[in-house]
Ligand binder design. Sequence first.
Ligand SMILES: CC(C)(COP(=O)(O)OP(=O)(O)OC[C@H]1O[C@@H](n2cnc3c(N)ncnc32)[C@H](O)[C@@H]1OP(=O)(O)O)[C@@H](O)C(=O)NCCC(=O)NCCS
Length: 424
Amino acid sequence: MTIEIRPITRAEATEYLQVLPYVNGFPQEEPEPSAWYAGRAVNPPQRKATPEQLDQYAESLLTDWFRPQAAFVDGKIAGGSAIVSVELTLPGGRQVPMGGVTSTAVLPTYRRRGLLRKIMTAMLDDCRERGEFLAGLSASEATIYGRYGFSPATFQHRWEVRRTDVAFQTPFTDPGQLELVDGAEAAVVWPVLHEQVRAVRVGEVSPLPGKWSGLGDGALPADGSGPAYHLIHRDAAGEVDGAAIFRLPWSPDPEHAGELQVEAFEALNQNAYRALWGLLLDFDLTKRVVAARRPVDEPLRWILTNSRALKLTRTRDNLWLNILDVRRALEARTYSATGALVLEVDGVSWALDASPDGAACTAAPGARADVSLTVNELGSLYLGGVRASEFRDAGRITEYTAGAVTRLDALLRPDRAPHNAVGF
Ligand SMILES: CC(C)(COP(=O)(O)OP(=O)(O)OC[C@H]1O[C@@H](n2cnc3c(N)ncnc32)[C@H](O)[C@@H]1OP(=O)(O)O)[C@@H](O)C(=O)NCCC(=O)NCCS
């Protein structure tokens, strides 16, 4: 058996696509939208892609931002994955290049023989050569990617609230205006709004080209969740400062009828946040609201009279990070405090001198480490989404200097929990 790992040519694009589960009708990720909307929507059966669809997908594959690698076994493609070139927003606001791992699959008959390991090695080498010091992905199963150095860095919640339980602590007069718009207008609003969001939100990812173009076509999903409705908010000057996408799916089950599902929600300020939720949580003839893929530090709970009304119904990791160059990664972000620590990462010591303005990180061979960890823990800590103290108490970070873990947490923790609403 000969194995070759290499990028594909245009002529090989269709063969490459055929290893991907969704093209074969096999499960790839947990089914959407039921996984995020409490399992009430009916997902249509998976179908194999038609030759026309394959041609269409193949056409769109070979762009300069999609960098596929395939495993050829005896000359035939048995597995593949790809890196997409995206940007990640770091604490301090820098938007740095990140290699986003996507479209990963090995044919069922070739699994567990090390093909993904070989593909991943080639892809991460490619990232390093291009100067990408971070790689990221979202994982179908949590057991796959730790071995390559990836670890969960951002998390998401789904919550729900019954309409009859909603009351706001303080009255609110909106200085702006809400508006329902069509998909074509939403497709213009969302890219601009998201750029403003990702400029300041730690963990946010740049959208892939074409991300918002589907909003305009008004296509109905096959699962019965109904058309998307587009709500925007304008400030007193008429500028869009928030938007939401929601659906009102039909259900044959009276228990679940009257549900309003919020698929996307962004607000640039407190007024827009309060106004948009005010309408969505009190939409006539609905019973409850389900919001998916929300930040773990959603402020909404704290403006409700009954903070228990907002019930968390799901939590999941979202962005997994892999730090490919410790020095560059630690120097690229800013810190919440000033302090110095020696971190031993996979046996190599680094002296970190951090401050709210940035950091210097230098190799410190022989220096006495304050804490020791692996690149996995560092990936989870990097955006501040997990506390070092959690890893210490789980036995995954060793603290050599008393108090060093607390100091590390004080340096790393950003103002808000990192969150990415956009994936790849
Ligand atoms: C995930 C997938 C691509 C792995 O490919 P593969 O070629 O079988 O992986 P490898 O043989 O290189 O596995 C490397 C290691 O990961 C382990 N591994 C791979 N997939 C795993 C899984 N789903 N669960 C647990 N362990 C897994 C292997 O046992 C092996 O362990 P080892 O290093 O200790 O020997 C393949 O199983 C697949 O196509 N799954 C369905 C689609 C999917 O989930 N894709 C990922 C989308 S994010």
